[in-house]
Design a protein around this ligand. Sequence first.
Ligand code: AMP
Length: 493
Amino acid sequence: MQPLPSTNPWDDDDGFHEECGVFGVWNATDAAALTALGLHALQHRGQEASGIVTLSEKGGFHAHRGLGLVGDIFGDAKVMAGLKGRCAVGHNRYATTGETALRNVQPLFADFEFGGLAVAHNGNLTNASTLKRALVRRGCLFQSTTDSEVFVHLIAISLYANVVDRLIDALKQVQGAYSLVALHDGALIGARDPMGVRPLVLGRLGAAEGGAYVLASETCALDIVGAEFIRDVEPGEIVVIDNNGLRSIKPFGRGQSRFCIFEYIYFARPDSVMEGTPVYGTRKRIGAELARESHVEADVIVPVPDSGVPAAMGYAAESGIPFELGIIRNHYVGRTFIEPTDQIRHLGVKLKHSANRPTIEGKRVILVDDSIVRGTTSKKIVEMVRQAGAREVHMRISSPPTTHSCFYGIDTPEREKLLAAKHDVEEMARIIGADSLAFISLDGLYRALGHAKRDAGNPGYCDACFTGDYAIPLTDLEGHPERVPVLLAANGQ
Ligand code: AMP
């Protein structure tokens, strides 16, 4: 979900992108506790806010939402006791900056003709502002500034009778990336956009829990609740889970699959399996490809923790150069930590990373990280490693250069702020202060994922951040109000 670019005077967002995690369970003992655990395992997908909506056995909904980490929001026994019921959906929200108002915290909830519906969305819609303008003109009153709210209004105005048909009607009008979990008093619903850009998996709890179905952004959330992985929800598939079991609907026909390749590189947790491929092994293979493509004589391979670790292991195994934890990460740096004052800034306080001097001093070091976005991290780390006595510092990156912004749900700054959008590799090496810099090639990345090379006609993944190949139209960005869906336009709105 993403705050919508401001189209109205009451809109106060700044248009930054967000990433998220979703979880849902149907008919299990203590659904809220399972959901809190699932959200905890998905904390890396969103640290700003979390929410859970449950459906009680009497048919009423209960909700709790808060700003902060899952453990802080749902660690309170009183809060959990209030979240009654055997069915639940939950959401983690991520935003590096931007509006943090509680009204934007999901799951969104609304009462419709057919009853209550809670919706949790991971992804980013690319025609949300266009839709919102049309909906507002029609009289819809938006309560939040997230793009996800357009789902709620499209469902509300749909002329179809039942909730699943209304949802399908809504999904046919939105463009962009979405993995959704929704809960109403008849079913838990999961849905993935036609290209399957964002992940969504289906699992099942054991017999002791009545074999309840679970939906989650990643398999690591199934593992934590002891659910067995069944399968990925397919691109364009809607799964409806109720007391009769699971029903699959595919209203979009078969199109190209474009799973986000960056989930493998950085975003997903390494112990998750995405689209049948374990993330950890993929990251190691990317590291090995990188070593083959960009060999350099060195004494030690050092990962930039934590995201660079598996790729650095793969690099070390392939190159035969020893692996060392030459940089130590402090895991307790919260967002709220005070910035060093000017008086102590001269100490060169590094809150997040510090050099492990004995592993670096006097050595030729290969640093491995997953990506360079603005270049700030690389610059700081290279400098730190040099100060710790490294003789040479070579930077190796386990993704191709990030030259384009993501509009499908990964937080990236606008293009002008991406180092690789403005500079070639040599210039970037100079800017970050490295003796050499190399990125994995696009084909090398595809090789690590089991393909001979990137097939430009049908790559199978969304790699727009590296190629600019945006497979889903960027309607809001490109300003195409004529692309307002037929239903809204036909009503003269
Ligand atoms: P930068 O300092 O702007 O070049 O950012 C690069 C660092 O940010 C790398 O160490 C990545 O692990 C990390 N990173 C890459 N993409 C993201 C993202 N979407 N959100 C947060 N961190 C990221």
